[in-house]
Design a protein around this ligand. Structure first.
Ligand SMILES: NC(=O)c1ccc[n+]([C@@H]2O[C@H](COP(=O)([O-])OP(=O)(O)OC[C@H]3O[C@@H](n4cnc5c(N)ncnc54)[C@H](OP(=O)(O)O)[C@@H]3O)[C@@H](O)[C@H]2O)c1
Length: 320
């Protein structure tokens, strides 16, 4: 209970912000969904501190607007920001995006799997017919990571320890709104079962926790450090499908400006506290280590997480 409360209220000041972000000259980042909301604020901070930032997403017009805003806000930057076209709800778009990235860049220091969809209309599916939230929030990011892993691993081999990272977007839904006791209800194949639109969203966020924890097992070989994070409760486009009193109450009392979520992501991407032995850690707002619910820890220990990750592998292998 205390762990949940501390993600909503009396949140400690962000340790890493636009004010003290270290110089990122020469470092390359991909931020999915980096043209609005939390991802936009993160991309702006990174670019301001001279990073090369690829904003990955599906809307060229949103990306162009964001990129011009970012460049205007940080005209002294020596960094680089550009758009990388991909649609996480269509697995066939991901390999071409990675090929186009690899044609331009030799390295990738940090992949921030920030993009997600929440509460779309019941029955929405991705291009391959998967539940839209599962496709966009889990299968797309899974495939993107797998295809970028060789570049991440190569970068890690010639970079400071624990500086090459993958950050996975979770949510306070992991603690408060995911199916009990394991955070997901999978079938015999490892597929998350339909629990209704709202619990399904939380299941996908638990899926991202599972990614961080399962892939952390490979950190000793790859040198790539993983973290899952709850960015905090932020006023963004994520609530685009919300309606009614719920929306008013939450918007009025709980939601913070999106830059606070970017501080959480910045911490997951850069904080020195995330050492290789802490790979797979869970990050609370606005950047601190936090515990997961016991049932989710048990799902990791008991093989449910591994089974889910394996299922993601099977669904995406034809597109790898
Ligand atoms: N806001 C919160 O309170 C909150 C709380 C907990 C967790 N989170 C998590 O934090 C992350 C950022 O959320 P946010 O609040 O910044 O949300 P947001 O403003 O809705 O931004 C989400 C981003 O994801 C992108 N996206 C959605 N579907 C996509 C697709 N098929 N392919 C590529 N990109 C796609 C969106 O692009 P389009 O505009 O093109 O759709 C947008 O850029 C998400 O993972 C979310 O689950 C947010």
């Amino acid at each position: 209970m205390g762990n949940t409360f501390s993600q909503f209220f009396f949140i400690p000041t962000a340790p890493l912000t636009e004010k003290n972000c270290p110089d990122q000259t020469g470092r390359v980042f991909i931020v999915t969904g980096g043209y609005v909301g939390v991802g936009f604020e993160l991309s702006k901070i990174l670019y301001t501190h001279n990073a090369t930032v690829y904003i990955a997403g599906r809307s060229t017009s949103k990306a162009e607007k964001a990129i011009s805003g970012i460049k205007k806000a940080a005209s002294a930057s020596k960094g680089h920001v550009e758009f990388l076209h991909l649609d996480l709800s269509d697995l066939s778009t991901i390999k071409p995006a990675v090929e186009s990235f690899n044609a331009k860049q030799q390295r990738l220091d940090v992949l921030v799997n920030n993009a997600a969809v929440m509460y779309p209309p019941e029955g929405s599916t991705d291009a391959q017919g998967h539940d839209l939230q599962v496709g966009t929030n889990c299968l797309g990011p899974y495939l993107l990571y797998q295809l970028l892993l060789p570049t991440l691993t190569r970068t890690a081999s010639s970079s400071p320890t624990a500086s090459v990272r993958v950050a996975w977007a979770a949510s306070v839904g992991v603690h408060v709104a995911s199916p009990q006791p394991h955070g997901v209800v999978i079938d015999d194949d490892g597929k998350p079962t339909d629990q209704g639109v709202k619990p399904n969203y939380s299941q996908t966020k638990v899926g991202n926790v599972f990614f961080a924890r399962e892939f952390a097992k490979t950190t000793p070989q790859t040198g790539v450090v993983h973290a899952a994070f709850n960015p905090g409760n932020l006023r963004t486009e994520l609530q685009r499908h919300w309606t009614g009193i719920d929306h008013w109450v939450t918007d009025t009392f709980i939601l913070h400006p999106p830059i606070h979520g970017a501080y959480t992501e910045l911490w997951a991407a850069l904080a020195p506290e995330l050492t290789p032995d802490r790979s797979g850690a869970y990050v609370y707002p606005w950047g601190r280590l936090g515990d997961l619910p016991a049932g989710i820890e048990n799902a990791v220990k008991g093989g449910i997480a591994a089974k889910f990750v394996q299922w993601c592998g099977k669904q995406t292998e034809a597109f790898a």
